[in-house]
Design a protein around this ligand. Structure first.
Ligand code: GRF
Length: 196
């Protein structure tokens, strides 16, 4: 399975996926790493590993449909079968969602449907969990549709919120689970695709 990773930032989940592939735990190939930001650290990580990269900058296109077509052309150029969003902070154009129906997944650092939606990313998620007094947070992997954090949930894993936690401490605990879980669930999806 040819995988595209979409990211906007540091790309630690991308790295955990790349490492799982290298050690044979995930039967896929990352054929493209895409970002909406030219300065995303994850793009540099991709270049160091000789993985092709692309910047999807909506501002360079007058029409949303032109942007969608450009994205689709790059995905097709790199023979992408499946897209994993890993800290990608933009909506995916409708025509791409349509073409890759049930083949785009996202990871979210909380138990959706709580703590999701527009603006709920990064430390804001963990801060909201801490402020709520919840004793459990977690990780959600879900299919992507046109609404932020809304698509069908594929898998969730709980992560405890401990007394005295700060958003930073909770984020670190959740991220550790993300790094283990994302490659494992992607492997399940690869196996599912192969038996279709
Ligand atoms: C992760 O916490 C992920 O759940 C969220 O964005 C963060 C990305 O981190 N969607 P990284 O760029 O993979 O380090």
């Amino acid at each position: 399975m040819n995988l595209a990773i979409f990211l906007s930032g540091r790309g630690s989940n991308f790295l955990s996926i790349a490492k799982a592939i290298e050690c044979g735990d995930l039967s896929a190939e990352i054929t493209l790493v895409a970002s909406n930001r030219e300065d995303a650290a994850g793009l540099e990580t991709a270049r160091q590993r000789n993985i092709p990269t692309v910047v999807f900058d909506r501002k360079r296109f007058d029409q949303g449909s032109e942007f969608g077509s450009f994205m689709l052309s790059k995905l097709s150029e790199h023979e992408v079968d499946f897209i994993a969003l890993a800290g990608y902070l933009r909506k995916i154009p409708p025509m791409v969602i349509k073409r890759y129906s049930n083949r785009i997944v996202n990871i979210h650092p909380a138990l959706l449907p709580r703590y999701g939606g527009k603006g709920m990313y990064g430390m804001a998620v963990h801060q909201a969990v801490i402020e709520s007094g919840d004793t459990v947070s977690g990780v959600t992997i879900h299919f992507v549709d046109e609404i932020y954090d809304n698509g069908e949930i594929i898998h969730q894993e709980e992560v405890p919120v401990l007394p005295g936690d700060t958003a930073e401490k909770l984020a670190a605990r959740v991220l550790k689970v993300e790094h283990r879980l994302y490659p494992a669930i992607l492997q399940e999806l690869v196996l599912r695709e192969n038996t279709r």
